[in-house]
Design a binder for this molecule. Sequence first.
Ligand code: 13P
Ligand code: SF4
Length: 301
Amino acid sequence: MQSIQEKIQELKRERGAIIIAHNYQPDEVQAIADFTGDSLELSRKAAELDEEVIVFCGVHFMAETAAILSPEKTILLPDRFAGCPMADMITAEQLRAKKAEHPGAVVISYVNSSAAVKAECDLCCTSSNAMKIVSSVPADKEIIFVPDTHLGHYVQEELGREMIIWDGFCPTHSRIRDVDILREKEDHPNAVVMAHPECPLSIRKLADHLLSTGQMCTYAKESDEKEFIVATEMGLLYRLRNESPDKKFYSVSDRALCPNMKKIDLEKVLWSLEDMQHRITVPKETADKARRSIEAMLELS
Ligand code: 13P
Ligand code: SF4
């Protein structure tokens, strides 16, 4: 009898599909994916793929970004309820009201946002290029940064650049506590702390390096360090351990788990290919506006 992995591979070939997965996906989903990456890597990949069908194992805004960049392709999200609570913390209407308070401000949206919010923006950014994107804005311009307060404040502190920052946050990264890091540091005194910039200030202060998930993988591979305390969603440990098998990685807490990322499993990937569900589309007018801010980001990074 065929295993579920074999069925997925067979159907994937029949459909002319490719499977891409975010670094926070369950291990078995990352294992069958053709490509895994962080938000920026996945946006880039989605834009350059030749396949007509992309099974996007991630959350809704990521599949939406792929649909905006490749409107002619079929983008499938295996669980249509896999959303991102941070992305839902701002609506296009709320952003329009904020823009009206600050006419002339440049609006930058973290990629963790809806297509409708991206359509209201001048530029998008991810955690790996936020510094570069904010730096590209002329010094005399006001900046509205949405929706992540922690990424916004991190960039503001680093660049010494005042911004109007929305108060959204990631519930998963907010569950990481400073005591978790302190305990891991005590248990592993030679380990360096890598934290995601979506973490609150108390965690950022304890980190040796603030990096996107993709940057963490590269740093772990290329640095001479041997042990790493990882302050981000636990799913990343799979890729870190696969890519750097000679090194040691310690997750800070089993609460660092994104329930939305974990909604996808192998059965849903298979059903997604069988039924060609759930197709993610974006209305043309919204997609055309949102695409400008994403392409501006891709060009700058
Ligand atoms: P990156 O993969 O870009 O680091 O982002 C993390 C995240 O929370 C995505 O939802
Ligand atoms: Fe959203 Fe946080 Fe989950 Fe990323 S980890 S998808 S920001 S809730």
